[in-house]
Design a protein. Structure first.
Length: 605
């Protein structure tokens, strides 16, 4: 390591330490909650403040913070309350093992890229970690503090849940993995056999299912519950009424058969339940869902729900029932209740005795509600934070479905994390009957024009038209300007393929092929785009001979499927079956070794 690099590292560490100890404030962004019922403590991940808040529930105050070197993603408390596991970081992700009650770090265990959800085996000896961008689940032996196995997932495993009997691990894969032109485009839940650390099956959710977030088991272990969106991408975006574009759903997996039992909508006929996030199945017979987009908590009577479902399945064939449920905005009405929260964008919910705790990303407190009645919520402060600046206000607006007509969706419904949902949408701005794949908004403000056909001259224009035509409302110019500020601040996540590339291609064959195949003619510069439009022979039907905007290749490793209509599920298909005439780079005569090197190189961007 050279001296200059060491100096920069020391200065960086000093700056972080100064921020922590001099009292400089960060936005807290409360996330996952872990509850120690015996000691009446709640641990809350402060996901942008590199810390975990420790709240005394009896006293109603946050006693202290456990400081971390990196921002936490998820928390898990050991059954005896002596250990807190915290998933942290992106590249070189880790699980921090915190000894309690001292709050000291016992060890740091290496995990995969962007570790998220956590689960602990029944005997407390094995920890499971969902590596979102590593596309895998780490199996960690806590006795030796090391990863002992890696289980492949489908795409972006986000949340984990272990069944009460400890035999099955469920992983919610955040996004669909199919080509957008496939008959069914839907995210999946992976069920893993714990004894063998191999996947048992992949459960495909209803067509259009994406943004899988909350995951929990029924207390008896019979069912698995998952909340997500069902996007109606098969119809033109011409209205919002009655869930025409996006609906918000609860899928129920029968764990005995390993199959989808039912999927029902959480929305009301004229009021969407946008962006369901964290869920918690209580011993009291209720399932609680944080509705991040509309700032509400949803309570579902599980007994009444299953009785109604059983009656419905006894009356009609299973396929007919599924179709009815996927489109019914009234089925769940008798057994659900919506509770307005004070927090903005609730993300996690946990049960603490006869109370519920809800954390909201844009509010510096926990909200404590009674499970028994309608008593006013109690706010438990987690700490102070600065007044929201334009970027922070823009982030909230991007997640906020209350600025959408009837609360059906937010910007994040189609652009999770500001990126893409993997679906094709038929918008009116370039004619009807020609769906286009959702684009990531990373660097959209510095790579005009906007949209796949470049029909908007810049991202600022696209943002304002999106609010008007996709959210169906008129908002102040200041809100759009704040959204611009947020989107400009988006930064790429480091590729999970960098290490593999350095190991497998030390001679940089991939880069040489990239240049020789003429990829750099259009994909060049800081953002790997020349910002021009070209007809590369991919257009079909009304889009035949149409030029398309050259997209940035930054983060191309996470933006599948590819091409303007998402027909290519993989980069290999882009260069082979989808480029027969070499109009989209000179790739047809590449050897297998050259093709593999090219793909791996591009995945490092």
């Amino acid at each position: 390591m050279n001296v200059s690099f060491q100096l920069k590292a020391l200065l960086c560490c000093w700056a972080i330490a100064s921020c922590i100890f001099c009292g400089e404030e960060d936005y807290l962004s409360p996330g996952t909650i872990a509850v120690d019922g015996k000691r009446q403590l709640a641990y809350t991940a402060l996901t942008t403040a590199r810390s975990v808040a420790v709240t005394d529930l009896a006293a109603g105050r946050t006693a202290r913070r456990i400081m971390l070197e990196r921002n936490p993603h998820s928390l898990l408390l050991s059954p005896d309350g002596s250990t807190l596991f915290v998933s942290c970081g992106e590249t070189g992700g880790s699980v921090e093992v915190i000894r309690l009650p001292e709050g000291t770090r016992e060890k740091s265990i290496a995990a995969g890229h962007s570790p998220q959800g956590l689960a602990l085996s029944a005997d407390g000896q094995t920890l499971y970690v969902a590596n979102r961008f590593g596309g895998s689940i780490s199996v960690i032996d806590l006795k030796i503090g090391q990863e002992v196995a890696v289980i492949p997932a489908v795409r972006e495993p986000h949340t984990l849940c272990l069944t009460p009997d400890g035999k099955t691990l469920a992983a919610a894969n955040f996004l669909p993995a199919q080509a957008s032109t496939a008959d069914t485009v839907a995210a999946q839940i992976t069920l893993v056999d714990v004894a063998s650390n191999t996947f048992r099956t992949h459960v495909t959710l209803p067509n259009g299912a994406q943004s899988l977030w909350g995951l929990d088991c029924s207390p008896d272990g019979r069912y698995l519950y998952c909340v997500h969106l069902i996007s109606r991408y098969g119809v033109p975006i011409t209205q919002l009424d009655r869930g025409w574009v996006n609906t918000n759903a609860l899928s129920i997996v029968d764990l005995e058969t390993g199959s989808l039992y039912a999927a029902l909508l959480l929305d009301d006929v004229d009021c969407g339940a946008a962006n369901p996030a964290g869920i918690c199945a209580g011993e009291n017979g209720h399932l609680y869902v944080a509705l991040a987009g509309v700032h509400e908590l949803l309570s579902i009577d599980m007994k009444a729900m299953h009785e109604r479902l059983a009656a419905l399945f006894s009356e009609k064939p299973a396929d007919d029932v599924q179709e009815d449920l996927n489109t019914s905005l009234s089925f769940a009405a008798p057994f659900k209740k919506r509770i307005r929260l004070q927090g903005r964008s609730p993300r996690a919910v946990a049960i603490a005795g006869d109370a519920l705790l809800v954390s909201s990303r844009f509010s510096p407190f926990l909200e404590q509600l009674s499970t028994e009645g309608d008593a006013p919520a109690r706010l438990l402060p987690l700490g102070s934070e600065p007044a929201p600046d334009a970027v922070r206000r823009g982030e909230l607006a991007f997640f906020d479905a209350s600025i959408c007509y009837q609360g059906w969706q937010s910007c994040v419904s189609c652009h999770p994390d500001g990126r893409a949902d993997g679906l094709n949408w038929d918008q009116q701005n370039d004619g009807l009957g020609n769906p286009k794949n959702t684009k990531s908004l990373l660097f959209s403000h510095v790579t005009p024009p906007a949209m796949i056909t470049g029909i908007r001259r810049d991202a600022e224009t696209a943002v304002r038209n999106g609010i008007l035509h996709t959210l169906g409302t008129r908002q102040p110019e200041s809100l759009a300007a704040d959204m611009d500020a947020y989107l400009r601040r988006l930064r790429p996540v480091e590729s999970p393929f960098l290490g593999e590339y350095r190991t497998k291609d030390p001679e940089q064959l991939g880069k040489a092929v990239y240049d020789r195949a003429d990829c750099n003619r259009c994909h060049n510069g800081a953002y790997l785009t020349d910002r021009r439009k070209y007809d590369v022979g991919t257009g079909v039907d009304s889009d035949r001979n149409r030029p398309f905007d050259t997209p940035t290749l930054r983060e191309v490793w996470r933006t599948a499927p590819y091409l303007y209509d998402g027909r290519a599920a993989t980069l290999r298909e882009v260069f082979t079956s989808c480029n027969p005439d070499d109009l989209h780079g000179l790739t047809q005569r590449l050897t297998e070794q050259e093709l593999e090197a090219l793909i791996l190189y591009i995945k490092t961007f």
